[in-house]
Design a binder for this molecule. Sequence first.
Ligand code: NAP
Length: 403
Amino acid sequence: MAYIRIEDQSKVVIPQNPTIGFIEGDGIGSDITKVAIKLINSSVESSYHGEKSIEWKKVLVGEEAFQKTGKHLPQESLEELRKCIISIKGPLTTPVGEGFRSLNVSLRQYFDLYANIRPVKYFPGVPSPVKNPEKMNMVIFRENTEDLYAGIEWRYDSPEAKKLRRFLQDELGVKLTEDAGIGIKPISKFRSTRLVRKAIDFAIKNRRRSVTLVHKGNIMKYTEGAFKEWGYEVAAKEFADVTVTEEQYLQNPNAYSNKIVIKDRITDNMFQQVLTRTEEYDVIATTNLNGDYLSDDLAAQVGGLGLAPGGNVGDIYAIYEAVHGTAPKYAGMDIANPTSIILSGAMLLHHLGWDLAADSLERAVEQTYKDGRVTQDIARLLNKKGLKCSEFGEEVEKRIKPS
Ligand code: NAP
């Protein structure tokens, strides 16, 4: 086994045959994850002919881990994911309102995977609810570790909520009603800045045209508004030679035609802009809750969550994932759509720097849709019979060609 190494504290060194972790996932996880792994292997083999390969290490998390160890997220699994550095995961069950904390949130916080990256683009052949879905080609960078998602909240009748309500009234003169639960929304300079930095870095490496900061700063001035300010600040301080603000750009577009335009939009406006002026947006950097809503909205425009890939990425560690849930009603039936986790696998390959394999996998998926070979979730919209999950995998495999 050859693990990915860290040198000089932050340099990630990828061997030719790295050990990559995989979490199979609950529900439909076992169906879709095995298809994705097979296709990732095939695209690597077809592009590098044995010179590079992945050694997969199964890591137990979720229901299978609970059955075997009594814990959903055993310490040994965290250690294994730490050793692998880069991993991929199927969906994991989270009970609503009770039980254990979301495993996804726990993993993101444990490994400080501060950027949730969600590329959204259209594949011809996929039915869409909008007229020109091909205009969509955006990549969302959603802050992953703070905001209302930080898990700092108390039930309305808890001693903590009572204490906090008393403190707010006595010390700050803010009166809440006795039946109010309380959640805290932390947004910090350090975490906002590193997220926007990652989004701009991505825009530079991938020759993107703009980075839009999405915020609700008109109402939440010191959290969402501050996110916007810090975003512009990092662009000006660290990327002055390659970026320009939208305000400057509009004064003289010709002078700045090769610069990345930094703009901002208020969240509610952004929700209609992505429908009415889709082609004007490219990379998006936003806070946690905004990003959660916006990424599903964009995915819906190009055919739904079953197709949307995603990755949770920090400065060192990364976990790529199927972004949809466990779809329990399809568990074990071999009929779920594996596209999300397959394309997340392509993102993982890009992360390794294995772009030839990543591109060949993406192209094979695109061609499969163009040829009308689809699973039941898409087939039912086209009034035709769908392929099984494993059959869809075979169709993609047939179309994998070396780059
Ligand atoms: P879900 O599992 O995403 O399923 C909702 C519906 O979306 C399904 O009934 C199905 O729609 C469709 N769907 C989702 N993935 C599909 C796929 N790959 N192929 C075909 N259809 C697919 O959402 P949920 O029911 O709200 O959540 C179930 C569990 O998953 C919960 O425990 C939740 O916490 C968890 N979850 C995990 C993650 C994660 O691990 N990243 C993310 C979200 C939710 P139709 O019924 O219309 O066919």
